[in-house]
Design a protein around this ligand. Structure first.
Ligand SMILES: NC(=O)C1=CN([C@@H]2O[C@H](COP(=O)(O)OP(=O)(O)OC[C@H]3O[C@@H](n4cnc5c(N)ncnc54)[C@H](OP(=O)(O)O)[C@@H]3O)[C@@H](O)[C@H]2O)C=CC1
Ligand SMILES: CC(=O)C(=O)O
Ligand SMILES: [Mg+2]
Length: 626
């Protein structure tokens, strides 16, 4: 199994929140470290909150010999949340753990616990309330949390990931309950290695980190330290979708300040209270972070997430060749859109009777995601036999100033130059509808963060131009989507081939049941990371990323095709991540990037698939190890 077996009472509170603990001096170091207080002055969260009773509690705890176990009661039982089974512990294990009498007499299965959890979850009135509830479960009973999420993916993914994680990041300091993840702040400069040493999981164990600087969280802009919620959310998907052991994950926020004035003025804000560092400071600091991570965890895969545009490109290029990194927004999004577009193009081409390569794609948004996707989609055309130059000409970019052209009169940033047009014959399209009229695209892809810009007019025109127009409004979260599913269906009279970044509800339209796609990198990053971790990839190459897209496209089964889907059902997320991982490992072996690929190289695809599946962690009980 990837990672390691969970141990009871390992000092893991820091990672997944065991902060209520009693007994066992091993706990004290992490608790004291976090609270900044002597462990002997810890107050049970359930102790009466009246000042005098608090004082009594402190006084009595302060008298306890640190080498003696502290008093136990049901709310301060010290069990690692990775191993906690709660009412499912049978009597023998209750006795072994000293839990007799501390749990209700009823023994209940994991399944019954899941049902109770769903009742509690559904009783919460707001999505943010549900997010907070699920977060609390994740840090107290890891296995139950993942069992709930995996069995109820369609209900839970939007709560722990987009769209709700967006609101959670905006309010992260306000909803803060206890520390989770690793923060490396500019104040740690020069001693980053020491900070990483504090991560309470042994060297070699962590396999995947998601690292953000919080500077562009979804389409919500600079969230500073509060952006750590996105690292936590993405890693929850690594566990749920790809079976990475929860203890093998590290959510990281590098805090280099924020330019979000509201946060800086908010007394509850928990990040550094300073403006973002300069480019030079950033680079020096990130170099130190990457060095320290590599030294401590030589097999760690680092996924960069939600960096602002220029820095996203800069740091990917800086570390890509010599580190095990990939950028989810540039490369993961590129892959997921290539996968979905490949299936969408087959449908649209069948309807139009035109060859598969006869697609023209208009991007609305030319940032890290837009250009990352455009790079991947170019490979769609070269695979159809077009030259690199011909493939490039199938793609147009629009940004906030209009169509990206060489004669527009502004200095283009580096990442836009490749796709900037020189064949526009002086035509400058300042609006999307003008661009649609001029280009007559078969597909429009929104990665602009600007909601409702795929207007009825744009959508109707797309339907006039194409029997089956491809419309992918991919900005997150939902309220920033360039259009919603219902608008797209009605404006195109049901002809649209649709995928959005965040989920929209299914729809009945003129006697047909229509299912929107979710074109979100969640379909691929778990499989890419799993592959990298399993074969101990020395690097994550562009070809490995492209292979993940092709594997995703191939995951779509006949039933899903018949339902009109371009992405497979998320209820199959484990299967999808497994199949993506298999293909990425095969590519890593082929390219010589798999450092542990010797044994897998001799396996045929079925063996490899079985092996990958066997390596996936599953949230079941009865795994308690004394
Ligand atoms: N579905 C998915 O899996 C993913 C979705 N996303 C989403 O994509 C969005 C963009 O992310 P990212 O590329 O990283 O962000 P960036 O900030 O890098 O890019 C945003 C782009 O949108 C352009 N833009 C802004 N306003 C307008 C406008 N009025 N008209 C046209 N273009 C405009 C910007 O133009 P200019 O360059 O001129 O400033 C820029 O090119 C986010 O909402 C994010 O959540 C991102 C990754 C994955
Ligand atoms: C999905 C994602 O990575 C984003 O919206 O940034
Ligand atoms: Mg992202």
């Amino acid at each position: 199994m990837l990672g390691m077996r969970p141990a009871v009472a390992a000092p893991l509170g820091l990672q997944r929140g065991l902060l209520r603990c009693a007994g066992g001096s091993r706990h004290h170091s992490s608790v004291a470290l976090l609270s900044g207080r002597s462990p002997r002055t810890l107050i049970s969260p359930t102790a009466s909150s009246s000042p005098s009773s608090c004082r009594r509690r402190i006084a009595s705890l302060a008298e306890i010999d640190p080498d003696h176990p502290e008093p136990r009661n049901p709310s301060t039982v010290s069990i690692d949340p990775f191993s906690w089974e709660d009412t499912a512990f049978d009597q023998a294990r209750r006795d072994k753990l000293g839990l007799r009498g501390l749990l209700p007499p009823g023994h209940q299965s994991l399944q019954t616990q899941i049902e109770r959890t769903l009742v509690q979850l559904r009783s919460k009135k707001t999505d943010l309330g549900k997010y907070v509830f699920l977060s609390a479960l994740r840090v107290t009973n890891v296995r139950l949390f993942y069992a709930v999420v995996m069995q109820n993916a369609e209900e839970c993914l939007p709560l722990i990931y987009t769209p709700v994680v967006g609101e959670a990041c905006q309010k992260f300091s306000k909803i803060y309950r206890r520390p989770e993840g690793l923060t490396i702040s500019l104040e740690d400069k020069g001693q980053v290695a020491k900070v990483i040493d504090n991560w309470p999981v042994p060297t070699g164990a962590p396999r995947i980190a998601v690292l953000t600087d919080g500077s562009r969280i979804l389409g919500l802009g600079d969230q500073g330290w509060d952006g750590i919620g996105i690292s936590i959310g993405k890693l929850s998907l690594y566990v749920a979708a790809a079976g990475i052991h929860p203890r093998a994950t590290i959510p990281i926020c590098v805090d280099l300040g924020t330019n979000n004035k509201e946060k800086l003025e908010d007394p509850l804000y928990l990040g550094l209270r300073r403006e973002r560092a300069s480019d030079a400071e950033y680079t020096e600091f990130l170099d130190e972070v990457m060095d320290a991570l590599n030294t401590k965890y030589p097999n760690l895969i680092v996924q960069f997430e939600d960096f602002s545009t220029e820095r996203a490109f800069f740091f990917l290029e800086r570390y890509q060749k010599n580190n095990r990194v990939f950028n989810d927004d540039i490369q993961g999004t590129g892959s997921v859109v290539l996968g979905g577009f490949t299936n969408a193009a087959r449908v649209s081409s069948k309807a139009s009777g035109r060859p598969l390569h006869d697609q023209k794609i208009l991007f609305f948004g030319a940032g890290s995601a837009g250009v990352g996707v455009a790079m991947q989609l170019k490979s769609f055309f070269t695979r159809q036999g077009l030259s690199d130059e011909e493939a490039k000409k199938r793609i147009w970019l629009c940004d906030s100033k209009g169509l990206v052209t060489n004669d527009r009169g502004d200095k283009l940033p580096q990442h836009k130059i490749h796709f900037s047009r020189d064949d526009n014959e002086g035509k400058q399209c300042k609006t999307l509808i003008e661009a649609v009229e001029y280009i007559k695209p078969t597909a429009i892809i929104g990665l602009s963060t600007v909601p409702d810009t795929f207007t009825e007019e744009v959508l109707q025109r797309m339907a006039e131009l194409n029997k089956r127009p491809i419309v992918f409004p991919l900005s997150n979260p939902s309220h920033l989507s360039e259009c919603n599913f219902e608008t797209a269906v009605k404006a195109t009279k049901g002809a649209v081939i649709f995928a959005s970044g965040s989920p929209f509800p299914e729809l009945d339209y003129e006697g047909k049941h229509l299912i929107p796609g979710q074109g979100n990198n969640l379909y691929v990053f778990p499989g890419i990371g799993l592959a990298g971790a399993l074969c101990k990839a020395g690097r994550i190459s562009d070809e490995m990323i492209t292979e993940s897209a092709l594997a995703l496209a191939d995951c779509l089964n006949d039933e899903e095709k018949a339902e009109g889907r371009v992405y497979p059902a998320l209820t199959r997320m484990r299967e999808i991540s497994r199949d993506v991982a298999v293909r990425v490992i095969q590519m890593a072996i082929k390219q010589g990037h798999a450092r542990d690929g010797g044994y897998t190289a001799s396996m045929d695809e079925d063996d490899l698939r079985n092996w990958v599946e066997g390596e996936m962690w599953k949230p079941t009980y009865q795994t308690y190890v004394a």
